[in-house]
Design a protein. Structure first.
Length: 115
């Protein structure tokens, strides 16, 4: 469910921290915005020194079905050994909600393809 009262103007560091904390993620350091045309995306490190990227979807732009289709595609690519960042599941769910739709991804290191 998307909250139409949520806007990117209200997406402050406290809101981001609250959204992650609600789902059991404790930010330790490095909450840094990343470039994204459509959504708001931030990288950070948790208390266990794991790196993540959290994606806040533009309010009322995407439906849950559209986002979940993207997630299923990414998960299928991972299953087929394509090096992509797939969403992290919480209690079997990759699409989370905190004043709108959010997803969490493990930060990947990319390396060149060798033939």
């Amino acid at each position: 469910m998307n909250n139409s009262a949520f806007t990117f103007q209200t997406l402050h560091p406290d809101t981001i921290m609250d959204a992650l904390f609600e789902h059991g993620i404790r930010v330790d350091s490095g909450l840094t915005p990343l470039n994204s045309y459509e959504n708001r995306v931030y990288q950070f490190q948790d208390e266990d020194r794991r790196r993540f990227v959290v994606k806040f979807y533009r309010p009322e732009r995407w439906t849950a079905d559209q986002i979940l289709e993207e997630h299923q595609f990414a998960l299928q690519l991972v299953n087929d050994e394509v090096p992509v960042a797939a969403p992290v599941a919480f209690n079997g769910q990759t699409l989370l909600n905190h004043q709108g739709f959010i997803s969490l991804f493990s930060k990947r290191r990319w390396s060149p393809v060798r033939s």
